[in-house]
Ligand binder design. Sequence first.
Ligand SMILES: C[S@@+](CC[C@H](N)C(=O)[O-])C[C@H]1O[C@@H](n2cnc3c(N)ncnc32)[C@H](O)[C@@H]1O
Length: 256
Amino acid sequence: MLQNKANPTINKSTGLPRKRFYRARAHSNPLSDSHFPVPLSPSHVDYSLHYPQLFPSSDRSDGSKKIEFADIGCGFGGLLISLSTLFPETLMIGMELRDKVTEYVKERILGLRVANPGQYQNVSVVRTNSMKYIPNYFEKGQLSKMFFLFPDPHFKEKNHRRRVISPHLLDEYAYVLKVGGIIYTITDVEELGEWMKSCLQNHLMFEPLSETELDADPVVKLLSTATEEGQKVARNGGQTFQAVYRRIKPASQENS
Ligand SMILES: C[S@@+](CC[C@H](N)C(=O)[O-])C[C@H]1O[C@@H](n2cnc3c(N)ncnc32)[C@H](O)[C@@H]1O
């Protein structure tokens, strides 16, 4: 375990996992998996049983407080780590398809908790296919923030259906986001940036944040550099394209 000095996967001085032991294929096909157990739908979940597993050291692990932030395709977890201390009272979860990468994030969070008692209690990660199971994890209107940072681009047109932002998936995200909740997206692939922006722009339940709102939001400042992918893009001097949209109640539903 983390404290075991003989464990070569853990950096002895920092207590954090060494990334080279958690390498995984760069891309997975999110449409071809058949090996995930189907999570229970929220209406059947006993939060008092599940939350202690996700947030074992949190004083809110009894399920009385629900997860509010979801980082979709969280990769090695850099954003979650930054958000965890920026929003210490908010429960947040990373959803990641690749098993070794998920294990890395679990070990990373655990190592940080051990090194900084009292911190990082509010963050967790699950291995899952978010494209299939988002509505099984969250209730209607549960989330206040969803993150899609540097998602896999799936360049070929025939593979666009593997993208984590699409008109159909936005219906699901609109369902689990509360009115006023925010979707943050960023990529270094211009065509994907345009795709995500146009999906959001054309969806009835989302509107863009104004420049003033973007400037005032501390989370926006994290988007380009908090994650491992973002840091790689920044090191290489790459350009980034972001789209940040708010979940709204469409005018047609104003009175309902
Ligand atoms: C290019 S990486 C970016 C990771 C991280 N957001 C970052 O900025 O460093 C995209 C990540 O999304 C994950 N992913 C792709 N499709 C997914 C899905 N359907 N459900 C969960 N994770 C997924 C991949 O395994 C990969 O770790």
